[in-house]
Design a protein around this ligand. Sequence first.
Ligand code: ZN
Ligand code: ZN
Length: 437
Amino acid sequence: MQYLKCGAEKFEFEIKPLGKLCKLCKSEVPVVTLTTQNLKLCKNCFSKIQQRRLSEAVKKYRMFGPEDRVGILLSGGKDSATLAHLLKKTFPEISFQGLYLNLGIRYYSDFAQKAVEELCESLSIPLFVYDLKAEKGFSIDDFVFTSFKDKICSVCGTIKRYLFSKVARELGLTVIATGHHLDDLLSTYLTLFFNGDFISIKRLVPVNLPLFEGQAKKIKPLYQIPEREIFFYAVLNELPLEGCACPHGEITPSKKIKGILEELEKENRTFKYQLLSVFLKGFIPLLRENFEESTLVPCKVCGEPTASVHGICGFCRRVNLLSRIEDKTLELSLAKWQKIEESSERQKWMVFDVREKEDYLKGTLPSAKWISPSLLENEKDLFKTFRPFREKNLLFFCYSGRLSYLFTLKLRKMNFRAYNLKEPEQILGIDQVPENG
Ligand SMILES: [Zn+2]
Ligand SMILES: [Zn+2]
């Protein structure tokens, strides 16, 4: 199985025998390597080691007890799925509550929700779904119309933290668990360090106690588990995943640092644990002595506690940007496009077919140009190709809308007026295309 991480890299893992006997139980066939100790293990022993790591983390930091109601933030990806599976297997007596935030990201959020629903059902964990579009009237995609267009991942983070914190309180949860793992923690530490953001480093710990009455405690039970092993765990246990196919999938500085960490680990197998210890045992205690906790005030707009110097929380400031945008159209329906096609507006438009070339040759929309789907992989070439059409409206289509939507978003982020066509198969009448073209 391949698993594309957000960004360019990917993990690969195929379940096959790695030797005769598992190094621990000495009875089963080993199928997976525990990377940090280079031990070849069977599925059972590998899963048990991860359960033990999780259980140690929970006990060491007293993350929760039998009296707690623990929410698990689920995204549809491998990290949170593994977290839920490990928690449920290790602590069957605790009452867990799954939380999913549908952010209205087209061609993604609904698929991820399905994976989360399947996961919760298989683990018998109740699930609460918060629908951003239905509750607040906007979606994450709308931010491509704001100055945050190339920082969607960061906006998404702010919005998720705000809403999860609120939802947890409304549901009476005392603890919320997130799937942040060893590589997340380390790459974020280094990114923050390079930015000189020591206050944020100080807050990035396995447990954050509530800062105000009614706030849930935040825990990261996977903080000692490397990302690669989480992926192995998810595959071995056949967890339902959506993968990391978020169309925004930006390559953030912290994702680049993950690549560097992987390289350093090749030189020294315990490097990541050394670095974790430098931060948790050395640097963060020093920061605690030197930086005081910032005071919280109620946000002037929504009333939620905020440390912002403006007195308006990050959520409200970002949402306010959206209120100034009148037209947030990113997709055209078939009917809408047909109207444009028949009108004098048509000359302001260019149409691009991003399907495979052989399908384009079999039949396409009137005057559509073919664009190689691989152009998406190179931002410079993408920009150069479309630069001559700066003044035009650009309409993209593919088979399902998913790939052409990636073009639409990428070009929007480069300030082009790009649109995606919904339900393209209806226009093409694919059924009517003769087999020999
Ligand atoms: Zn074994
Ligand atoms: Zn606010």
